[in-house]
Design a protein around this ligand. Structure first.
Ligand SMILES: [Zn+2]
Length: 188
């Protein structure tokens, strides 16, 4: 952080403010402390018949890999709206009947994923600006080794396990990437 977004000063110090215990960017001119907090990512497992909607990413990171439609929640919207909006932006598909399916902590990148099951009642989808391609796929067509992020693998594994059981429940867990790049998953 180079400039204070409150007063425009470049007199910024990364320090622990009085009474705090974490490093923050602090403006030494106007006294503003800039708190950074985790971001929420909302997305859908969008179902149509026995298939679910995958999008091939047209953006970095993981350009060209497959993913579920998901993205950062915006200010002033609900989490359900964010999930449906991302599904429309990435796949031009209208998600309905959203049910919370998985809440996952990704503490190493300060994100929380909230994934919903949803229906695409008309089965319509085509690539939005962030996708190279969209497809409704059956379980055996999932490109497990070409999914964009470990959270996408985890969400889809949970989804198909539940579907085989005939019952969907809420899943909570965490995925961490250690400094040696290994992935650790915990299902709470
Ligand atoms: Zn300032």
């Amino acid at each position: 952080m180079k400039f204070c977004s409150n007063c425009g000063s470049n007199n910024i110090e990364h320090k622990i403010p009085d009474g705090d215990n974490r490093l923050r960017h602090c403006c030494l001119d106007c006294g503003t402390i800039f708190y950074e907090n985790p971001k929420i990512v909302a997305g859908c497992i969008a179902q149509w018949q026995d298939k679910i909607l995958l999008c091939k990413r047209a953006i970095e990171p993981r350009y060209g890999a497959w993913t579920l439609p998901a993205g950062f929640m915006e200010n002033h919207e609900t989490i359900q709206h964010a999930a449906a909006r991302e599904t429309f932006e990435e796949a031009t598909a209208r998600a309905s009947n959203l049910e919370l399916f998985a809440v996952y902590n990704l503490p190493h990148i300060s994100q929380v994923y909230m994934m919903f099951t949803a229906d695409i009642e008309d089965g319509k989808a085509r690539s939005g600006i962030e996708s190279l391609e969209t497809q409704f796929v059956e379980e055996h067509q999932i490109p497990w080794n070409d999914l964009a992020f470990p959270i996408i693998n985890e969400t889809l594994e949970l989804y198909f396990e539940d579907r085989k059981r005939g019952k969907f429940s809420l899943h909570v867990g965490e995925i961490t990437r250690k400094p040696d790049r290994t992935i650790h998953k915990v299902r709470y």
